[in-house]
Ligand binder design. Sequence first.
Ligand SMILES: *Cc1c(COP(=O)(O)O)cnc(C)c1O
Length: 386
Amino acid sequence: MPGPALGWIPGELAALEAKGLRRGLEPITGAQGPVVSIGGRELVNLCSNDYLGLAADPRLRQAAAAAAGRLGAGAGAARLVVGDLELHHELEARLARMKGTGSALLFSTGYHVNAGVPGALVGPGDAVFSDAWNHASIIDGCRLSRAGVHVYRHRDVEGLSALLAASRARRRLVVTDAVFGMDGDAAPLREIVEACERHGAMLYLDEAHSTGVLGPTGAGLAEALGVTGRVDVLMGTLGKALGSFGAFVAGSSELTGWLVSRARTFVFTTALPPSACAAALAALDVLEGEPERRTRLGALSARMKGGLEALGFPMEGVVAPIFPVVLGEEARALEASRRLREQGFHVKAIRPPTVPRGTSRLRVSLTASHTAAQVDGFLSALRDVV
Ligand SMILES: *Cc1c(COP(=O)(O)O)cnc(C)c1O
């Protein structure tokens, strides 16, 4: 039982449970992969962000183990104290090269980037403009910045332009996900770039789901549309397609130099461990050397998308290996997830506040390590369940 001051928690948890909004942990036994073991059962895993299937790749494992052997388990301090490793600089140079920017700066997680970087760019008296479906970490970062926050309708560039035109703020920052993580659709980036240029606003693009996935070399949506040099702040994570852990900002050396001094979530936290950096470097080698992984992911995605559309789920605008199977009520999504589990498929129900009320869903995602048979098996199980 909790102490008396925490006595309110059990009742609140029961209320969440009754609304189908309680969340719980479920450990997997063994490694991440296209099949995972949970509670003694092998399940086809259709909910990871390990899009290139690299999290358990032997080359990343060996690189991580070797770096830990050579340099230790932890960085020991923040970068600005004595945790600044040469390995961090090597990885930053590689990330800048991959993204096609002058510079890159590592952060502990994507959450740290989004929570702290907006506040280094805008503050009280300034304005930030944020897509209504942006990731929770962006919402938090906008609030923490203490700038005025203007939320525009999802993908609505006209609405954004009107807000920009009406703003008299000193500095203005537009923030958007490149690919929206619960819907798989992309921001209208070219139009947003033009709106920002027209109104003299800074542009911040979150490439968490597109890094390693979109673009001719897998650099992301900005690369795919040829607008990298026109985006001021590019963020990406190392924990999704790159199979490791950590995150980064790519941009000009002026930008990263400013963030080193002014981004609180860079300054006040322990530097990334050597193992995570080495694994990410190995992932960048794979990204360059094995473009066929992205080809395979594209082919599997087309198969999944076509199959879901045939079952009546609209997939319009889906550009990434993320497929929203929107079912509506929380209970309906939970029940579908449970029944799919019985048939050997692990797909999480995504509920508010992660997605808007009434759009609870199964968020299906694929990796390059899945097989066509797994995709077909899932589609057939889903047909029985819905
Ligand atoms: C996952 C995610 C993040 C957070 O990245 P982490 O490295 O997992 O903390 C930020 N933005 C978006 C859009 C994401 O999907």
